[in-house]
Design a protein. Structure first.
Length: 449
């Protein structure tokens, strides 16, 4: 994302590079031949370093291999007795590369799906849940912000049915549906958009906004997300469902479903998890009665925790499952945990603060297009995108590959990351310049060629 920190780092990268060249010029102003050579080599060192940061593979290694010899050659052309000048030039070049690395780290992250440029929405509609995220809709004045952009705002009021409002908007000609709300609301609008083949805009006005995070939307720039109704990029991402219920993030059963439904969980995730685990998994615990077909030939066995996600999550801890690298692989991510004894429980409790749940011996993680969870219970507690439900087993989960058209602002991480860089040197310098060019919107996108 293009934050103030990113813009400051980009500015530092450019200023320190210019300062290094200025010192070289001041030191060799009376020797034009050495001056030209020294400036050229210092510039090559800086630009090659920047270029190594914005490319991958062989091009990165080739550019990186140029930096050290170019820098050494450039400073050796200076007066070798002017040690302070030599050290200063070298330090400024290294500072420029370090600042560029900070500036480019987030905006050049690998995108979670493929995008293409699209024009403005003809009839954009923004649905808003005023209760989400502690009143973010009102705090950011989204209703008026939408009107200023030619977007029709629709405010969800007590007693309204969100799905019906979205269906009505499509029936009246909406070609892009936006949702300002939490992940549960995003899933409702995503399902309507999927069925009618209209594009969707995710506005992060909820509490956690996990869907926005994995899409590459800046969760702190709520108003900026509305830019996706204008010139934007669009791609296709997967959805998932259990029965006919669509979700954008995940569905949790068993241990995790019980923990996250606690009132204390939102305020103190790790402490609440550690406090509840002994009661949920101890010798007197009733168990969850979840039956799944385990991988690796383990057969149909009980599980204490099952998390089924729309694509694969990085596993960290029960209180924070991390993020997804991709949203377009057409699979469900399945995480299952079966704790057979008190040693397994103790290891789980010890590993929670460290965030190394993935190393727990009782945990299995795999991906599959479909998945079934059965139980002898009449109803099973399920947490779907943060909403608590009770559903009748067996529960049939399946992936809905490339089913949702999603639009993103040109300054979003996924849009910038997909931008091609035309040629060495110019691309990296131009990208750094654009990072600081438009503080209001980020202003960072390369034209597609």
């Amino acid at each position: 994302m293009v934050t103030l920190r990113t813009r400051c780092a980009a500015g530092t990268a450019l200023v320190t590079a210019l300062a290094a060249v200025t010192i070289v010029v001041a030191g060799l102003v009376r020797e034009p031949v050495r001056l030209a050579l020294a400036v050229a080599m210092v510039v090559v060192a800086v630009v090659a370093g920047w270029d190594a940061l914005v490319h991958r593979g062989a091009r990165r290694y080739a550019a990186g291999a140029i930096v050290t010899p170019a820098l050494v050659g450039g400073v050796l052309l200076l007066d070798l007795h002017a040690v302070t000048r030599i050290v200063t030039v070298a330090a400024l070049v290294l500072a420029s590369l370090a600042a560029a690395r900070v500036a480019l780290h987030d905006v050049l992250a690998t995108p979670s799906f493929t995008t293409r440029p699209v024009g403005p929405a003809a009839r954009g509609v923004l649905l808003m849940n005023p209760r989400s995220g502690g009143g973010r809709v009102a705090r950011f004045d989204l209703e008026n912000e939408a009107r200023r952009r030619g977007i029709t705002p629709v405010l969800l009021r007590p007693g309204d049915d969100l799905r019906e409002l979205a269906e009505l908007a499509v029936a009246r000609g909406a070609d892009v549906l936006g949702m300002a709300g939490g992940d549960g609301s995003q899933a409702v609008i995503a399902n309507v958009a999927r069925r009618h083949e209209v594009a969707m805009v995710c506005v992060p006005a909820g509490t956690r906004n996990h869907f926005a995070l994995d899409l590459g939307v800046d969760r702190d720039d709520v108003v900026g997300a509305l830019d996706a109704f204008g010139d934007a990029v669009e791609g296709r991402v997967d959805l998932a469902c259990v029965g006919d219920r669509v979700f954008v993030n995940n569905a949790s059963l068993g241990l995790y479903a019980s923990v996250v439904q606690s009132e204390a969980y939102r305020a103190a995730k790790i402490n609440t998890t550690a406090r509840m685990l002994p009661d949920l998994l101890g010798p007197d615990a009733r168990g969850f009665g979840l039956r799944i077909d385990w991988p690796d030939g383990l057969g149909d066995l009980d599980a204490d925790l099952v998390l089924v996600s729309n694509n694969v999550y990085r596993v960290e801890r029960l209180s924070a499952f991390g993020t997804r690298a991709r949203l377009d692989e057409g699979v469900l991510g399945v995480i299952a945990l079966s704790l057979g004894n008190s040693t397994d429980l103790a290891a789980l409790l010890a590993g929670e603060p460290r965030g190394d749940l993935s190393r727990h011996r009782a945990l299995r993680q795999w991906s599959t297009p479909e998945f079934v969870v059965d139980s002898e219970e009449g109803l099973v507690d399920v947490g779907i995108d943060g909403e608590a439900l009770r559903l009748a087993p067996p529960l049939h989960f399946r992936s809905l590959p490339a089913s949702l058209r999603i639009r993103l602002p040109l300054h979003s991480r996924s849009a910038v990351a997909r931008s091609p860089l035309p040629r060495p040197g110019a691309a990296s310098a131009e990208l750094l310049r654009r990072l600081i060019a438009h503080p209001g919107t980020g202003g960072v996108h390369e034209e597609r060629r």
